[in-house]
Each structure stands twice: as structure tokens, then as C-alpha cells.
Write a protein that binds this ligand. Structure first.
Ligand code: GDP
Length: 436
């Protein structure tokens, strides 16, 4: 589905790889290419605008990375933003605390709801659930039979109104189905509802009535990813008319441009839970924003390389630090770097909470608050590179200058320098003991 988009994005990003440094003009040019690629893929204009603005802002403001070259950095940013518009974290199905969990399917006719009901049933069965399908699409001729057929194929029970009972009332069917599910101990109920060719009020009202009758844990809006921009307007209509808690994209195996898939989460604010990519019941899986993003970028290998480069760089840094530790050559510059690296992980209090078995050290550690760290950071920043490299040269007059420059007392500077020497000595001893 995303072939053309993939090709264009790859081409846009590849022009960067030959550059050593990226100017703002380079970034603007790449952003322009990405913008055209997204618009041609039918991604909603608003989504494209936000996306491009964020890419530009982040790429221009990116700190120089020692692990990645500029082109890799931009690829990394584009990938992260793509994951973001696709919803970030994988969203799992909400299961009710007291069964049965009720999942209602809503969407236009032909979106793939009935097929999805079968796919979901099979998927749920594999996860150890005992699902039941409910035929509430009493509008489309054959819809009930079709659901019974997919139910049989998936090996699950289908609850349907008796044949020859006229058109029937879907709300009544839904209600009776829930009672039956409780009675027969089905822990998940999947309710198939009627769709129309277009959005209309009657359709919305019926879906809303069924919703009120069954009080679903999830309302899944099922949308055909091949319908392009219409997917977004349909999604908005269903959001306002029925409301939904998640999206299922179908027909991702088609050769349409795929923009709908990229827009629907951002436009509706609801996550994509599943994706269907074929007519068979197996052609279905949980939707993972990160996997989808790397598929769209068509750069799985490059992204792995980027990850490895970053890890290798961290590893190199760690080895360098360990070497310095054991030889007692740790400088204040290293100390500052370590401190910044740790702080990137979040407030120090949270980190302490994660330390296993910190035991009696915890009280002591608890006194290290973020303000204190800010101060230490300011003091080290107030030193010259030569002083950070060789703290022994920090004599009385230098201490006074540093104190004045960083807005602290000389005593605080003394404290830091003395503690640093103590820590360095202790670390060298420990390093020797642990054989770094
Ligand atoms: P409903 O009207 O929403 O219940 O839609 P159906 O489940 O009847 O599906 C409409 C058509 O789309 C059927 O021919 C399905 O076989 C087909 N279909 C459903 N999901 C997919 C999919 O993921 N990929 C492809 N290629 N076809 C699908």
C-alpha cells in the first residue's frame, strides 16, 4: 500500500546522506519533498502541516550528535514523528473486568466489518477467549448468513435472529445476545452492525441505539484504507454520530496510496488497534505504530543501523569512562557528562525509585535533589575546560572566580571539588575490585 510513499520518502532523505553538515536550507528542501510525498499519498492537509512543522523544528534544533551523522539524525526524527502520528505506543484491546467484554463494530457498508468480526473472533480464540459473534446488521441482504459463515470458519458461535422473522430490531437482537453470552459464558461479544454506502442520520441513530443497549467496552470504527480522503470525513462523522474508542484499518493490502491510514488517528484522536491486510481470516493483526512507520519509511535496515550506532556510541562512552575510572583519571568534565546523561532519564527522584536494593543508601540518596544537581552543574559549567580536565589546578583564587561566576559560595565550590576527589578515589578502588 505504501510503495510510492516509501519510495518518495526514501529519495527525499537520501539526498541528505551526501552532506556532512545540514544547513537550514537543506532541511527546508527535504521538508518540502516530504510534504509533497505525503500530499500525493492523500494524507490529510492538516496532518501534513503539523508533521512538517515538527520535522523542521526538531531537525533545525537538533543538538549535534556524536553517534549519528546529520542525515541519520533527520531519518530518526522523521521516523519518530511518523510513529507519533500513527499513535505512538501500541494500544491493546480493553477487556472488561467483569465479562463479557462487548466490542461493537461500526463503519460504512463494505468497510470490512463482517469479515473483521470473523478475524477478531479467530484472533480472540487463539488468545484463549471464548468469543461470540452477534448479527445486528439486519439491513443488508445476506449479512446475517455472511456473519454465520465467517463465524463457522473461525469456529465460534454466532447469535442471529431467527430466519423469517422479518427485518427485526437490531437493538433487541443486541440485548438478547448479551444475555445469552452471559448465560453461555462467552467472555467476549463482537457485535456486527449495519453500514450504509454513505453516512446518514438513520445509520448513526441505529448505531447509537445499539451502543446504548449493549454498553460496549470498545466501539471500533472500521475503515477501508483504500477510500482515500473520504476515510477522514467518514471517521469524523462516526466520531460525532456514534463515538468510537479505536480504529481498525482494513484493506491495507490494496494498492491505494495509504494516506487515510496515516491521517485517521491524528484527525480523530483515537488509536488504531488492528489492521487487516487480506480477505482471509488470518490476514489480520494488532497494529504497531513503530512497525508501520518503519515499513512506510522503507528503511528498516537504516533504522536498525541508527539504533546500533547509538548503542555502540553509548557503549564506547561507557568503556572510556570505565577506563578512566579504574585509572583514577576521571575529570570533572566526565562527571558533568555522566550527570547530564543520568538527568536525561528523568527527575532524579524517579531514578532512585528504580534502583534495586539501594537499601540503606536510599536515605542518603534522597537528599540528592534536582536543585542540588542544578547547582553542581552550574559550578562545573563555571570552570574552564582546563580546570575540568585537571581539577587539581583549582586553587583558592580560581575557586573564588568560579563561585562568583556561578552564583554560589566558595564553600560550595570547595565542597564539590573535595567530594569529587573523594569519589574519584573511591571509584578507582571499586573499579579495581570489580575488575572493570
Ligand atoms: P461490511 O459491509 O463492512 O460488513 O464489509 P465486508 O466484511 O462484507 O467486506 C466487504 C468486502 O471487502 C468483502 O469482499 C471482503 O472480502 C473484503 N475485505 C474485507 N477486509 C479486507 C481486507 O483486509 N483486504 C481485502 N483485500 N479485502 C477485504
Amino acid at each position: 500500500m505504501f510503495d510510492t510513499l516509501s519510495d518518495r520518502l526514501t529519495a527525499a532523505l537520501q539526498t541528505l546522506t551526501r552532506k556532512g553538515r545540514l544547513s537550514d536550507a537543506d532541511i527546508d528542501a527535504t521538508a518540502r519533498e516530504i510534504r509533497i510525498a505525503l500530499l500525493e499519498a492523500d494524507v490529510a492537509l492538516g496532518v501534513v502541516k503539523t508533521f512538517i512543522a515538527r520535522i523542521k523544528e526538531r531537525a533545525k534544533g537538533a543538538e549535534v550528535s556524536q553517534a549519528l551523522n546529520p542525515a541519520q539524525q533527520v531519518v530518526k526524527i522523521v521516523n519518530e514523528e511518523l510513529v507519533g502520528i500513527l499513535g505512538g505506543e501500541t494500544r491493546r484491546l480493553n477487556l472488561a473486568k467483569t465479562p463479557p467484554t462487548v466490542i461493537m463494530l461500526a463503519g460504512l457498508q463494505g468497510a470490512g466489518k463482517t469479515t473483521l468480526a470473523g478475524k477478531l473472533a479467530m484472533w480472540l480464540k487463539k488468545q484463549g477467549h471464548a468469543p461470540m459473534l452477534v448479527a445486528c446488521d439486519l439491513q443488508r441482504p445476506n449479512a446475517v448468513t455472511q456473519l454465520q459463515v465467517v463465524g463457522e470458519r473461525a469456529g465460534v458461535v454466532t447469535f442471529a435472529p431467527e430466519p423469517g422473522n422479518g427485518v427485526g430490531d437490531p437493538v433487541d437482537v443486541a440485548r438478547r445476545a448479551i444475555a445469552e453470552a452471559k448465560h453461555a459464558q462467552h467472555d467476549v461479544v463482537v457485535v456486527d452492525t449495519a453500514g450504509r454506502l454513505g453516512v446518514d442520520e438513520e445509520l448513526m441513530k441505529q448505531a447509537a441505539d445499539i451502543r446504548d443497549a449493549v454498553n460496549p467496552d470498545e466501539v471500533l470504527f472500521v475503515v477501508d484504507a483504500m477510500i482515500g480522503q473520504d476515510a477522514v470525513t467518514t471517521a469524523e462523522a462516526f466520531r460525532d454520530g456514534v463515538g468510537f474508542s479505536g480504529v481498525v484499518l482494513t484493506k491495507l493490502d490494496g494498492d491505494a496510496r495509504g494516506g487515510a491510514a496515516l491521517s485517521v488517528r491524528e484527525v480523530t484522536g483515537q488509536p488504531i488497534l488492528f489492521a487487516s491486510n487480506g480477505e482471509k481470516l488470518e490476514d489480520f493483526d494488532t497494529f504497531h505504530p513503530d512497525r508501520m512507520a518503519s515499513r512506510i519509511l522503507g528503511m528498516g535496515d537504516v533504522l536498525t543501523l541508527i539504533e546500533q550506532a547509538e548503542q555502540a556510541f553509548d557503549q564506547q562512552e561507557a568503556e572510556k569512562a570505565a577506563e578512566k575510572l579504574s585509572s583514577g583519571q576521571l575529570t570533572l568534565e566526565d562527571f558533568l557528562e555522566q550527570m547530564l546523561a543520568v538527568r536525561k532519564m528523568g527527575p532524579i527522584g524517579n531514578l532512585l525509585g528504580m534502583l534495586p536494593g539501594a537499601g540503606q543508601m536510599k536515605d542518603q540518596l534522597a537528599q540528592v535533589d534536582d536543585k542540588h544537581l542544578d547547582k553542581l552543574q552550574a559550578i562545573i559549567r563555571g570552570m574552564t575546560p582546563a580546570e575540568r580536565d585537571n581539577p587539581k589546578m583549582i586553587n583558592g583564587s580560581r575557586r573564588l572566580r568560579i563561585a562568583n561566576g556561578s552564583g554560589v559560595t566558595v564553600r560550595e565550590v570547595n565542597d564539590l571539588v573535595n567530594r569529587f576527589f573523594e569519589a574519584r578515589k573511591m571509584m578507582a578502588q571499586m573499579a579495581g575490585r570489580f575488575g572493570f
